[in-house]
Write a protein that binds this ligand. Structure first.
Ligand code: M6R
Length: 590
């Protein structure tokens, strides 16, 4: 799970590559490096962030190069394991995202043939293979190397004596950017937006070369053309926009994202695209990981409530190890990035079992979108912070719309009305930021926190615990409120606060009972409550009021409270919010 970039044109390559790499750090940031064309190649790499690396580079007159930002998979983060990786002569350099599964066998063979390896990475076999096959033409040598590689890759190869950047992709994302007499290669769109919004999404199995004169793309050895797309995100949208962290910016984008998403879904065009998905089928399988799994839990609840359809929900990573693939006529994969390895594998498995697959994804051109029969895009825009926030809300929007739009009856006006008004309800929660910050400042002093919810807000409690642990490093666990007395009670004390989601739905009375029991054990209670609910006022230590909302829509606002609580708690603790330790935005390895 890494970010790769390439550039060839007329600008100073090192400036372009460093800028573009900085925007890919959400894909991995434990080390980074560059190779710049010249004779010899200039290689700069280290186990540092891109900004640190930039300080160490002396200007090089080169208008062509490649770069990499790494999330370690083979060998720990260190200078030697950082990309680019070189051949024995130091004249060929490779950057790679993905995993070469047969690298041990190849490394052994190449070593026997006299090649010397210096890193622990799987990637290094690629540069040595290219060296082995190079007979004057870099593209041909790369193509020969690709024939023996197994696994996943997006690679860019540069050599000191060849004008081309040679690229290839298989099961790892890669795009080309088109400028005026200049070309870019990257793992993802935000990397390029400062320079161009003209992009080509490469297909799996594509390879080719870019030079300042143009692009050549091949597939299975044959030249192909790929459509050029215009990206409507601005470079500014992909930046922090004045907020201290991407995460806070992305939390604040939620009302406008919901507004756009809802109006797009309500347009006839979007609904006609998915109108035939359910047909007469009455059961569906949902697959997802992490935050997307929590969105899917809510999606299951809503689908079963609004449609006469039963939903089986599986964590994609577990589904892949079921002894028998269950048959479902329909499968929905929920994945923000569209590149999560576990989810892609599970979707493939479902497809092989003859299921009709829909991807709900935020990334146009992602692997999930390409490999599915239907795609319902979320319109969250680029999400840079590792912690998913706006993409989760956008996933909820998509899942609710899918359930609403597939109903054979016309959608009750009251539901549509509430759906349309979600952006302003979310805005009301954002306007309560200072109140939420007060609770967060208290939470920041604890090392263990419980979250509880019931019914449709149980997944929100799970998401709250995930958000808090990933960015504040506080140990947090979530329970369905009714389960907390079946074991977790043993841990309750004045050192273990409990965050309770208490909306006025059919779980309200049961939640109040649980809260009384928790307080009797001495745990401080932070309650998220509707602002008109007086029943709980004397029962909680800290109240976080939210606007009243129709039961079924409450996750849209309670989850925003969870995001802000996690954000301000992490901020109080001085954590690196956008780039939490050991995590990466897109988990493209199993
Ligand atoms: O891209 P995906 O939605 O498939 O990602 C799945 C998880 O890795 C992701 O939701 C992860 O849990 C979040 N970044 C946590 O905030």
């Amino acid at each position: 799970m890494c970010g790769i970039v390439g550039y060839t044109g007329w600008r100073e390559a090192q400036v372009v590559l460093l800028n573009n790499l900085a925007r890919l750090e959400y894909r991995g940031y434990d080390s980074c490096g560059l190779a710049l064309r010249g004779s010899p190649l200039t290689i700069v790499k280290d186990a540092v962030r891109v900004a640190e690396l930039a300080k160490t580079i002396t200007p090089v007159k080169s208008t062509s190069g490649i770069g990499h930002t790494r999330w370690a998979t083979h060998g720990p983060p260190c200078k030697i394991n950082a990309h680019p990786h070189l051949d024995c002569t130091g004249s060929i350099a490779v950057v790679h995202n993905g995993v070469i599964t047969n690298y041990e066998k190849l490394r052994k063979q190449l070593t026997e043939e006299g090649h010397k390896f210096i890193s622990e990475t799987d990637t290094e076999v690629i540069s040595h293979l290219v060296e082995k096959y190079l007979k004057g033409n870099l593209e041909e040598a790369v193509n020969s190397a690709l024939k023996v590689l197994e696994g996943s890759y997006a690679i860019i190869v540069i050599a000191d004596n060849d004008p081309a950047l040679v690229f290839a992709r298989k099961d790892s994302p890669m795009i080309l950017g088109i400028g005026e007499k200049e070309y870019f290669i990257a793992s993802d769109v935000p990397a390029l937006l400062e320079y161009t919004n003209r992009v080509i999404y490469l297909e799996d199995g594509d390879a080719g070369v870019v030079t300042p004169q143009g692009i050549k793309i091949t597939h299975a050895g044959q030249p192909v053309t790929r459509e050029e797309n215009k990206i409507h995100w601005t470079a500014d949208q992909a930046q922090k926009g004045g907020y201290e962290h991407y995460m806070l910016k992305e939390i604040h984008e939620q009302p406008s994202i919901l507004r756009e998403t809802i109006s797009e879904y309500l347009s006839s065009q979007s609904s006609s695209d998915i109108s035939s998905f359910y047909g007469n089928n009455k059961s569906v399988l949902m697959l997802a990981c992490g935050t997307s799994y929590h969105a899917a839990m809510i999606g299951k609840y809503v689908t079963e409530k609004l449609l006469n359809t039963s939903v089986r929900l599986e964590m994609a990573s577990e589904f892949n190890y079921l002894s028998r693939t269950p048959y479902f006529p329909l499968t929905i994969g929920i994945t923000q990035s569209g590149e999560t390895a576990d989810t892609l594998k599970a979707l493939r498995r479902a497809k092989e079992a003859h299921s009709m697959v829909m991807a709900i994804t935020n990334v146009v051109g992602s692997t999930a979108s390409r490999s599915s029969n239907y795609v319902l895009y979320t319109r969250a825009g680029p999400e840079i912070s590792v912690a998913a926030t706006k993409s989760f809300t956008a996933q909820l929007g998509a899942l609710y719309w899918l359930a609403l739009s597939q109903s054979s009856l016309s959608i009750p006006e009251i539901l549509l009305h509430e759906f349309r008004h979600l952006p302003s309800k979310v805005q009301e929660v954002l306007d309560m930021e200072e109140v939420i910050k007060l609770s967060a400042n208290k939470l920041a002093g604890y090392e263990n926190v419980f979250f509880i919810g019931r019914g449709i807000n149980y997944p929100v409690a799970l998401e709250g615990a995930l958000k808090l642990k990933e960015i504040s490093y506080i140990h947090s666990e979530a329970y369905a409120a009714g389960e907390i007395k079946h074991g977790p009670f043993a841990l309750l004390s004045n050192k273990t606060p409990v965050i309770a989601i208490v909306m006025r739905d059919n779980c309200h009375d049961a939640m109040l009972t649980t809260i009384k029991e928790i307080r009797a054990r001495g745990s401080p209670v932070f309650a998220i409550v509707e602002d008109t609910d007086t029943a709980i006022v004397d029962m909680a230590d800290y109240l976080i009021p939210v606007p009243s909302i129709m039961d079924i829509f409450s996750p849209f606002i309670t989850s925003v409270v969870m995001q802000l609580l996690a954000y301000f708690t992490a901020k109080k603790r001085g954590c690196p919010i956008d780039f939490p330790r050991n995590l990466a935005k897109s988990v493209t390895v199993e």
